[in-house]
Design a binder for this molecule. Structure first.
Ligand SMILES: [Zn+2]
Length: 239
């Protein structure tokens, strides 16, 4: 695990995907220098062109405290509640979700997947979409509380973090029920997993009934945008 450094990674992602010119007037944006974990970075400042459109958009966006409160209510873990302006990547995913697509994020880097899933969730929350974040562990805890599991089945957008972890036959059945309910209601879900969908299928097949595993995989594969995250070498970044 790369426990202490997700902020560095998210920040680099944000900077790399940030607009360098104003989307309204096309003028280059000014940058500020900030230091995180001893590394100085140049970050473009949205609205620094001073044009009227960008100032108007800036003023009409919700207050930072309201945004953070909304993230907390949605269950976003505290370490991922930082305010981020949407990057090109998150904006694209937010659009896919709005069009009813699922997003399946996989790769070996645990923090990167959750950070991306939460960034998409925050982009949706900022647009007023109801989102619920749920780790698989949280889903297990709340499963026998019918209100809690109903909420996970019916919320407009669900983030289901870390699927494929500790799957048993019973949890396979719960997962199938949840995925099937959301699939039938055409409600998008953002999944993260260490496994690709194919690998997850193999894992499920060893623990659950074959038809159940196939049911999960076929619903997961349909109308889903797959995002594979590359492993990030943190040592090279901070070294
Ligand atoms: Zn401008």
């Amino acid at each position: 695990m790369n426990g202490g450094l997700p902020t560095t990674n998210s920040l680099d992602n944000i900077i790399q995907n940030s607009e360098t010119t104003c989307p309204h007037c096309g003028l280059p944006l000014k940058t500020i220098r900030i230091e995180v974990f001893g590394v100085t970075r140049e970050v473009p400042c949205y609205g620094s062109c001073g044009c009227e459109e960008s100032q108007l958009q800036y003023q009409s966006s919700p207050k930072p405290s309201d945004r953070i409160r909304r993230y907390a209510q949605a269950g976003i873990p505290s370490r991922y509640r930082i305010l981020e302006e949407p990057t090109k990547t998150t904006t694209e995913h937010v659009r896919s979700i709005a069009a009813g697509k699922n997003v399946y994020i996989h790769g070996v880097n645990g923090d990167g997947k959750t950070a991306l899933a939460c960034a998409i969730a925050k982009g949706l929350l900022d647009e007023g979409v109801r989102v619920r974040y749920q780790s698989l562990a949280g889903l297990r805890q709340g499963w026998f509380d019918s209100e809690d599991s109903k909420l996970s089945c019916r919320v407009p957008v669900l983030v289901l973090d870390d699927i494929g972890k500790d799957i048993s036959d019973f949890w396979g059945q719960c997962l199938f029920y949840l995925i099937d309910e959301r699939y039938t209601a055409e409600l998008p879900t953002i999944f993260t997993s260490n496994f690709s969908i194919g690998e997850l299928g193999k894992q499920l097949a060893t623990k659950c009934e074959r038809t159940l595993a196939q049911g999960i995989i076929s619903r997961l594969s349909e109308n889903t945008e797959i995002v594979q995250l590359e492993e990030v070498d943190y040592r090279a970044m901070v070294g």
